[in-house]
Design a protein around this ligand. Structure first.
Ligand code: ADP
Ligand code: MG
Length: 276
């Protein structure tokens, strides 16, 4: 096992008790998360993504297997339902809880929370009651509080589910910035449009890892296999992003597209080469 990991899961399983027995939500998952990665975790509803988030964040116990976490690592989470993680009544209280081990003066805390709220595009007083905010605004407060601590690792479980497209774009950009500044990111989503910054994709199906590798391979298949065969993304039953769908369509139509674009920019470059 590599020594430079943040979190290692070995044969990790989680079973939830049910009336008649137990339901397996995670089944024998072996996964290594290394510093600096952006791991996008994808998978259909019920495939175990939120259970994995709980395991990584230490709120969900394994029923079998092992998890090893690097000591003294600062790991923060942003959950799908923003209310479920509020501790205080105002953004100011959320920041105070998130930063309570930093021994900051009142003035330092005030400055940090002001900048952190601006960073996610929220122009509101830190004293605004959280219950007067929209779902999207509450989520942005959670993200701002998590990022204010400059964590080693951030686990986001469908963080954009409550957001409109503009706020979604903003959150992706803000987390991208944190990643460039050194935060390791685990971004859980079923919206594969959000996988543009992933250095790796881990896809779940029925509680198990169905794919773990490069985004290009996930969306376009192994370069060694014949083009036209099903990609890992299609096999798992997930919709590829628009850019990938377009490129796959051009390939199928025999337009000679050889690139494997993931972003609109890369697709535009590939298409403009075809037109020369
Ligand atoms: P996802 O986030 O991919 O939708 P989850 O991790 O939430 O998946 O759920 C995985 C499976 O475990 C699902 O079948 C779900 O119904 C079940 N599950 C999740 N939480 C519980 C729970 N607290 N008790 C019983 N079953 C649960
Ligand atoms: Mg979930």
């Amino acid at each position: 096992m590599s020594s430079s990991f943040f979190i290692a899961l070995q044969e990790a399983s989680v079973k939830y008790p049910t009336g008649s027995g137990a339901h397996t939500a995670l089944a024998n998952v072996t996964l290594l998360i290394e510093p600096g990665e952006w791991v996008t975790v994808a998978g259909p509803n019920g495939s175990g993504k939120s259970t994995l988030a709980g395991v990584l964040l230490g709120t969900c116990r394994l029923t079998a297997g092992r998890m090893v976490r690097k000591e003294h690592m600062d790991i923060r989470g942003v959950l799908q339902h923003p209310e479920s993680q509020h501790i205080g009544d105002t953004p100011a209280e959320e920041f105070a809880f998130a930063l309570n081990d930093r021994h900051l003066s009142k003035e330092e805390l005030r400055q940090i929370q002001k900048q952190a709220l601006l960073r996610v595009g929220l122009e509101l007083s830190p004293e605004t009651p959280l219950n007067s905010l929209s779902g999207g605004q509450k989520q942005l407060v959670n993200i701002a509080a998590a990022l204010a601590t400059a964590p080693d690792m951030l686990v986001l479980d469908e963080p954009t589910a409550m957001l409109d497209p503009a706020a979604r774009e903003l959150v992706l950009r803000v987390v991208r910035q944190a990643h460039l500044q050194g935060t390791t990111v685990v971004w859980i989503t079923h919206r594969l449009e959000e996988a543009v910054y992933a250095s790796r994709i881990v896809a779940f199906r029925e509680g198990g890892v169905a794919f773990d590798g490069a985004p290009e391979t996930f969306f376009y298949g192994d370069p060694a296999t014949a083009s036209g065969s099903e990609t890992p993304c299609e096999r798992i039953g997930l919709d590829p992003p628009f850019v990938v769908q377009t490129a796959l369509h051009l390939k199928k139509k025999g337009h000679g597209l050889t690139a494997r674009p993931l972003s609109f920019d890369d697709l535009a470059k590939a298409v403009s080469r075809l037109c020369l």
